[in-house]
Write a protein that binds this ligand. Structure first.
Ligand code: UT7
Length: 332
């Protein structure tokens, strides 16, 4: 089979307006700006407020903006994959809700769940449909409304997470640029350290699960931190090495934004100075599936055709991975 390389041909992001600052968190839990900033790098995060607003609100805005920017008709989209850990509902898929709202009447759509590695998993999955030649236009969304599963009395988790996301367009590459290499991993033995105890089929919602606060993120932060530092850095280094990329060859590391210290460790490992690391954790916090597309959106104007990017993520599961992209366009 003659495989085609997939290229990202556009990116757009969306974050809600409401800004939850470290100062406001100081009024909610026993914490302070100095602790949060030095331990995580986060100053503020966005929160999607309002009744009946799910993560699809974020996905719809990101996809609408992407269609406009790339001058694409919604009916020309073949597939929408939505990476999220906080779908609007258990079913139907949030991807279906987004496709319907934007008028992607000829696409099929589905959700993919890999926690903080969701966007990398979905990017890899979406690019296969381009590679085989089956589809010409695939949209990959990474978005989360983490505020819907966060306990705002738990200072260890509520300071980290925020709401937001982005979407990229994948099309067949016309040249040597595009998604070149990927390595993905998962290890289910990480479950005890990062999970949500109830609300799934193992433990459906009940009065008891609500009283026990089992519908929130449970995280043993320092354990997750150790696995994240090792695996994100190892995998990013492996993908760089096997493509003969040194720090000089890489334009940007595009890391999942979980903790500035994890990002620094990964950058050090592949020999990158701070100015070659995409960083927006200070203003958006950890948006789970949203972090990497939000970074690409934030830095899009700085990217040039041919730039070598290493994307890297680690999250619940455990799941982790890294992707090498040769960027496909100069921004206008
Ligand atoms: O997104 C993908 C998956 N998630 C991650 O990658 C997150 C990885 N983990 C982390 O980023 C860090 O572990 C956290 C930011 C969650 C926590 O930082 P830490 O340096 O690992 O702190 P810790 O949990 O070891 O706690 C150290 C101390 C504890 O106090 P004692 O027991 O030493 O007295 C905590 O109770 O810091 C305390 N603490 C806080 N203090 C002030 C925990 N949270 C806070 C807080 N403000 N918000």
């Amino acid at each position: 089979m003659n495989l085609k390389r997939a290229a990202i041909t556009g990116v757009h992001g969306y974050v809600p307006d409401y800004i939850l600052t470290n100062q406001e968190l100081e009024t909610m839990v026993d914490t302070n700006d100095e602790w949060i900033t030095s331990r995580t790098g986060i100053k503020e995060r966005r929160i999607l407020k309002g009744e009946n607003k799910g993560v699809s609100v974020i996905g719809i805005e990101a996809v609408k903006g992407l269609l406009e920017k790339t001058n694409t008709k919604a009916e020309d989209i073949d597939l929408i994959i939505c990476a999220t850990t906080t779908p609007d509902m258990a079913f139907p898929a949030t991807g279906n809700i987004i496709a319907n709202a934007v008028g992607a009447v000829n696409s099929f759509s589905y959700d993919l769940q890999a926690a903080c590695s969701g966007f990398l998993y979905a990017l890899t999955t979406g690019s296969q449909f381009i590679a085989t030649g089956l589809y010409k236009k695939v949209i990959v969304v990474g978005a989360d409304k983490m505020s819907s599963i966060i306990d705002y009395t738990d200072r260890a988790t509520c300071i980290i997470f925020g709401d937001g996301g982005g979407a990229v367009m994948l099309e067949p590459s016309e040249d040597e640029t595009g998604i070149i290499d990927t390595e993905l991993h998962s290890d289910g033995s990480g479950e005890p350290y990062l999970h949500m105890k109830a609300g799934g089929s193992r433990k459906p919602a009940s009065v008891e699960t609500l009283q026990n606060k089992e519908h929130y993120v449970y995280q043993e932060g320092s354990q997750v931190f150790k696995f994240a530092v090792k695996n994100m850095a190892d995998t990013a280094a492996e993908v760089a090495d096997r493509n003969n990329l040194t720090g000089d060859d890489i334009a940007y590391l595009v890391p999942h934004q979980a903790n500035k210290r994890i990002i620094d460790a990964t950058a050090n490992r592949i020999g990158l100075p701070e100015e070659k690391v995409m960083l927006n954790i200070q203003k958006f916090g950890n948006t789970t599936s949203g972090t990497i597309p939000l970074c690409l959106w934030d830095y899009e104007s700085k990217l040039k055709k041919g730039d070598n990017l290493i994307l890297a993520a680690f999250g619940g599961g455990f799941t982790w991975g890294a992707t090498y992209i040769k960027w496909s366009y100069d921004s206008k």
